[in-house]
Design a protein around this ligand. Structure first.
Ligand SMILES: Nc1ncnc2c1ncn2[C@@H]1O[C@H](COP(=O)(O)OP(=O)(O)OP(=O)(O)O)[C@@H](O)[C@H]1O
Length: 210
């Protein structure tokens, strides 16, 4: 029955060039609640660029993005998605707690409260630490806590496993799994192999989208 459910995110015929070089063209895919899409491709193939287009940070050179059947810009798309990129998106001079409160002030509350989220990402006890005193992996965990405390449907994650230890990598897989089971969607790039036994995992290889 799954195929009868319409795609909530529909990307149609997307085209992007950079410095007179086509990065990808004719790129089309759909994503339904509960699905995870892994973007693969060699270095420089355009994975980050595609994610930045999906987040609205950059315009595509052609094509359309639809959310629930409407053009993304005319829908709740930008309120419904959350992005975690290479920069961790936190303010380094503020504490862990201040950063999360700040994120919450800009968004609707999500599934977890701040304390619960910090516990989930194993940052309990770091509430009053300035972000600049955290390790790279702890900063990455904090950016994941931000996803948990705010309401969002689509997670867009650029290399989320970077800087994480084995336990942290398993944690992300669990969080993505839980998010998908709750009807969420995830688009991510990763050079790591993923092992989601239960997830409906789609893969797109950007090297073949020229
Ligand atoms: N700020 C920029 N200005 C000009 N060109 C850029 C810029 N950022 C990326 N590019 C170019 O765009 C192309 C795609 O880069 P992108 O970062 O999207 O690739 P990627 O697939 O994410 O690579 P990686 O696997 O190395 O992270 C590359 O050729 C890169 O040189």
């Amino acid at each position: 029955m799954e195929h009868l459910q319409p795609a909530m995110l529909e990307v149609a015929d997307l085209y992007c060039r950079r410095d007179d070089r086509s990065l990808f063209s004719g790129l089309s895919f759909g994503l339904r609640p509960g699905q995870v899409l892994l973007l693969e491709g060699s270095n420089g193939s355009g994975k980050t660029t595609l994610l930045r287009i999906l987040c609205g940070f950059r315009e595509a050179d052609g094509g359309e993005i639809y959310w629930s059947g409407r053009p993304a810009a005319e829908s709740s798309y930008f309120a419904d998605m959350a992005y975690v990129g290479h920069a961790d998106g936190t303010k380094k001079e503020l504490t862990v707690l201040e950063n999360l409160r700040f994120a919450l002030a800009l968004s609707q509350p999500g599934q977890y409260g701040i304390d619960q989220a910090l516990q989930k990402v194993q940052l309990s006890g770091y509430d009053d630490n300035p972000v600049q005193s955290l390790s790279a992996g702890q900063k990455r965990r904090l950016s994941l806590a931000r996803l948990l405390i705010t309401r969002n449907i689509l997670w867009i994650l650029d290399e989320p496993f970077t800087s994480l230890d084995k336990q942290g990598m398993e944690l992300i897989e669990t969080l993505m799994d839980d998010h998908a089971k709750n009807g969420g969607m995830v688009i991510l790039t990763s050079h790591h192999d993923l092992t989601f036994p239960h997830l409906s995992l789609q893969r797109i290889h950007l090297d073949s989208c020229l």
